[in-house]
Design a binder for this molecule. Structure first.
Ligand code: HEC
Ligand SMILES: [Ca+2]
Length: 281
């Protein structure tokens, strides 16, 4: 549909006006603009990701060395932003759905934050019209339309730390994102379990230690983002996070379908993620 619109535009240009972009310069052989970027910015998560976060912010905010742990690549940004506390000003959420003025992301983009520089750091500020669109997305609830197909069971993904990551400093929290809305009444200490290996890097000896005292916070509902916040000091060890998709009380989606924790395409199976603190094993 877009292609046809472009094609007829190009035809109109070259016949009626004798070429509108320098005699077809900038157009390919089918009359489409050569450097057509993503579709224009609109107030949806995917559009903001494609037009702002990916091209501008991931120059710095990506990978293990991302500043203040904030990764803004397409796979991480939603879970890292929505209802997630700012590191610089922990009293504020990076994005507070419905309230752009209280969202630290907006303060950083407008240059009004109490700490640090205006984003993008050392670059030209975003146009006010772009910030207005991001504000509008927040006003409308900072939603992200579900990606999973109708009827397929929810799968989970470790957003941070990455599965099998070795981290030198203890993470503030563990972030897990589901592909759809879960029954959050079932996301609790019965279904979310964290243990460490007993400093031997393996989980079969019986010397494993269950880590308790973790606070489980639901950051967003649809898709469900789960943050596991640790209150106490971390011990250098190998860790395993399990979200039950089996047993007596498996995690479920809202339709009552058990999660596809092991990602084999059918409901059931535990979600398991590993990471290591200290890199000494
Ligand atoms: C040149 C590197 C660079 C670029 C590009 C960049 N940032 Fe940053 N960002 C940083 C650094 C460094 C910090 C921490 C120091 C500071 O705030 O000045 C930071 C901090 C932040 C914070 C504060 C996070 C918190 O938890 O307190 C937010 C929000 C943020 N950036 C958003 C963005 C967005 C959105 C973009 C793209 C429009 C962007 N940044 C582009 C380097 C960058
Ligand atoms: Ca062990």
């Amino acid at each position: 549909m877009h292609d046809r619109a472009w094609a007829s535009l190009a035809v109109a240009c070259s016949f009626a006006l004798g070429g509108c972009a320098g005699n077809g310069e900038g157009l390919d052989e089918n009359g489409r603009p050569v450097d057509a970027g993503p579709p224009p910015l609109e107030a949806t998560f995917d559009s903001i990701q494609q037009n702002v976060f990916t091209p501008i912010c991931t120059q710095c905010h990506a990978g293990a060395q991302a500043p203040v742990g904030l990764r803004l690549d397409a796979a991480s940004s939603y879970a890292m932003l929505v209802n997630a506390p700012s590191v610089e000003v922990p009293a504020l959420r990076r994005v507070r759905p419905g309230d752009p003025d209280a969202s630290y992301l907006i303060q950083k983009l407008e240059g009004t934050a109490a700490i640090g520089g205006r984003m993008p750091l050392n670059g030209p500020p975003l146009p006010q019209a772009t910030i207005a669109v991001i504000r509008q997305w927040i006003v409308e609830g900072a939603q992200r339309p579900a990606a999973a197909g109708e009827g397929s069971p929810a799968t989970l993904q470790a957003i941070s730390p990455d599965d099998n990551a070795i981290v030198s400093r203890p993470p503030h929290e563990l972030l897990i994102e589901a592909t759809m809305e879960l029954d959050t009444s079932r996301v609790d200490a019965n279904t979310v379990m964290l243990m460490r290996s007993g400093r031997d890097g393996s989980f079969d000896e019986g010397n494993e230690v269950v880590v308790d005292g973790a606070r489980i916070e639901i950051r967003s509902l649809d898709p469900t983002v789960i943050a596991v916040e640790m209150p106490d000091q971390w011990v250098a060890d190998s860790y395993r996070l399990v979200i039950a998709g089996s047993g007596a009380v498996p995690a479920m989606d809202l339709a009552g379908q058990v999660i596809d924790g092991d990602g084999d395409g059918t409901a059931g199976g535990d979600f398991v993620a590993h990471f290591e603190i200290g890199g000494t094993l």
